[in-house]
Design a binder for this molecule. Structure first.
Ligand code: ADP
Ligand code: MG
Length: 139
């Protein structure tokens, strides 16, 4: 499994705009298998824990408030080269700089409200997956 999975989230902005189905369809069409999935709302404390690697950044407070402002979808998805291929599918952090057809270009509004999250390495994919899911919740 190592190297074959990544952790994705659909962020509150995309949920409130009704994009869950469209985003999951893109993930499905790109050949990912869903290993685990849940719909939940993070507390501010949980968002701070998830994003603690960014705690020194100027955008940390806004980011953690945004990510705890409404429900999210979190999922572990699986495919060869999952981390890199999913990041290619979603595009650049800033939707304005993301390639045509990418999830962030299609559904993101701004560098903060950018519709989706994706792990940046195999190591963080494991840490982030363990944040949301127990072994019993993975298939
Ligand atoms: P990515 O999600 O592409 O891996 P980062 O890990 O650098 O991007 O940042 C985490 C999240 O923090 C981004 O997805 C975005 O929601 C937010 N963010 C990043 N940079 C900025 C910024 N300059 N201003 C506001 N929010 C930002
Ligand atoms: Mg990141």
């Amino acid at each position: 499994m190592i190297g074959r999975t990544t952790l994705m989230m659909i962020k509150p902005d995309a949920i409130s705009k009704g994009y869950i189905g469209a985003i999951l369809a893109k993930i499905n069409d790109a050949g990912f298998k869903i290993v685990a999935m849940k719909y939940l709302k993070l507390t501010l404390k949980q968002a701070e824990e998830f994003y603690k690697v960014h705690s020194d950044k100027g955008f940390y407070n806004n980011l953690t408030q945004f990510m705890s402002s409404g429900p999210i979808v979190a999922a572990i998805i699986e495919k060869d080269n999952a981390v890199d291929d999913y990041r290619k599918l979603i595009g650049a952090t800033d939707p304005g700089k993301a390639d045509e057809g990418t999830v962030r270009k299609l559904y993101g509004a701004s560098i903060e409200n950018n519709a989706v999250h994706g792990s940046d390495s195999d190591e963080n994919a494991i840490i982030e997956s363990d944040f949301f899911f127990s072994k019993l919740e993975r298939f």
